[in-house]
Design a protein around this ligand. Structure first.
Ligand SMILES: Nc1ncnc2c1ncn2[C@@H]1O[C@H](COP(=O)(O)OP(=O)(O)OP(=O)(O)O)[C@@H](O)[C@H]1O
Ligand SMILES: [Mg+2]
Length: 371
């Protein structure tokens, strides 16, 4: 609902439209008017009012027909029917068709304002119900993804431990291999728990930013070092100060005021994604430039890419472009939402670009140089 509730009056009588416009505007509402049903339906879809007051008796298209059509285009609109003498039956029919209430003409101002307040309250309750339902859906999604993401490494850990503890003698070489698998899966669970803790800190507003002077090239090198083992394992090359075509982009001397740990976390998250969603023998390029009083850091890869429809949702919490059970990659769909939160706390911005599936992705974020 908008800050000032918007009311659409549909009535063929000019005097009535003008009177309602004057009276309701004086009460603080934003009032728009339409002289016919057709005009009203168009205005409802273009202006998105909160409430419509529709006259039942109108030439060409009567109020009931307008109600039918207007509910098709804007189902959330609260409709109040204005009834005149001899239109009681139609008024009752309109309630059956989804109108909230009706009022008699000539209008009693107190009655009219009371019905409008009731309609606004109704709209608010409906939107709260939608929020609760969305939250509930989000919770279900989290629980199902979380149990799936935890179950896989836990099953591997349980199997390896059983073998190592069992009676069957395990060769030394095999033992080392199993310990390595154990280690990888424990790390996976640790990362998962860290992500959830980060996310809950961000959601509850406990994320603290402690700024200091940071050298951008050093910070990038450090973040790359962190993900290098993962990249090596997947045979993916990370190029610093180059773009994806291999062109060298000389790094400018750049010291910025930021929270080193948090911005490095953003870099690690973006690099981990680039490795995770890369293609075999893929490439990742990391470079930066200064634009006026901001630094822009770019991380691009020639991997899986992102579909056009998925791009606007990529930073939403729990969003994973491929959410099928067959998905091979681990992750809760929280990394990018945490990145966006950190960048926002620095007064910066982050965006994702991709030409589409299998055409690589580019993530760019900007933060002010002087904090
Ligand atoms: N470089 C990339 N290439 C292709 N798709 C990507 C890339 N980065 C992110 N995505 C898509 O965006 C989704 C959301 O990314 P995000 O980092 O928020 O979650 P995640 O990596 O799935 O899990 P988490 O980061 O919580 O471990 C990913 O699941 C993936 O579908
Ligand atoms: Mg991620």
């Amino acid at each position: 609902m908008t800050a000032t509730p918007k009311i659409l009056v549909i009535d063929d009588e000019k005097g009535l439209r003008d009177m309602l416009h004057f009276t309701l505007s004086k009460e603080g509402y934003d009032v728009i008017t339409a002289a016919s049903g057709m005009e009203g339906i168009q205005m409802a879809s273009s202006e998105m009012p909160d409430i419509a007051i529709i006259d039942i008796k109108m030439p060409k298209m009567d109020g009931i027909e307008v109600l039918d059509k207007i509910k098709e285009v804007t189902p959330d609109l609260e409709v109040i029917m204005a009834t005149g003498y001899g239109t009681m039956e139609s008024a009752i029919e309109s309630l059956r068709k989804g109108a909230l209430d009706y009022i008699h003409k000539p209008f009693n101002l107190h009655e009219l304002l009371a019905v409008i307040l009731k309609a606004l309250e109704n709209k608010k309750l409906k939107s709260q119900l939608v929020s609760v339902m969305q939250l509930d859906k989000l919770k279900d999604e989290l629980l199902s993804t979380l149990s799936h993401e935890l179950n896989t490494p836990l099953t591997v850990i349980a199997g390896s431990v059983k073998l190592l503890m069992g009676q069957v003698l395990v060769e030394e070489e095999k033992k080392a291999e199993m310990l390595e698998i154990l280690n990888t899966n424990v790390d996976r669970i640790k990362t998962l728990v860290e992500t959830i803790l980060d996310f809950s800190k961000m959601e509850s507003g406990f994320y603290k930013i402690i700024k200091s002077a940071v050298s951008v090239p050093d910070m990038i090198s450090h973040a790359i070092k962190h993900v290098q083992p993962l990249a090596d394992k997947a045979k993916i090359r990370i190029m610093q100060d180059h773009n994806l075509s291999g062109q060298h982009i000389p790094p400018p001397q750049c010291v910025i005021m930021c929270d080193l740990i948090q911005i490095e976390r953003v870099l690690v998250n973006l690099l981990t994604n680039a490795v995770t969603f890369a293609s075999e023998n893929g490439k990742i390029a990391v470079w930066f430039e200064t634009i006026k009083d901001q630094v822009q850091i770019v991380i691009e890869d020639n991997g899986r890419g992102i579909e056009k429809e998925a791009l606007p949702r990529i930073f939403d919490k729990f969003y994973r472009a491929d959410n099928s059970l067959a998905r091979k990659e681990y992750g809760l769909g929280l990394g990018l939402s945490i990145c966006r939160g950190i960048i926002k706390l620095h007064g910066g911005s982050i965006r994702a670009e991709s030409e589409g599936l299998h055409r690589g992705s580019r993530f760019c974020f900007m933060i002010p140089i002087n904090g």
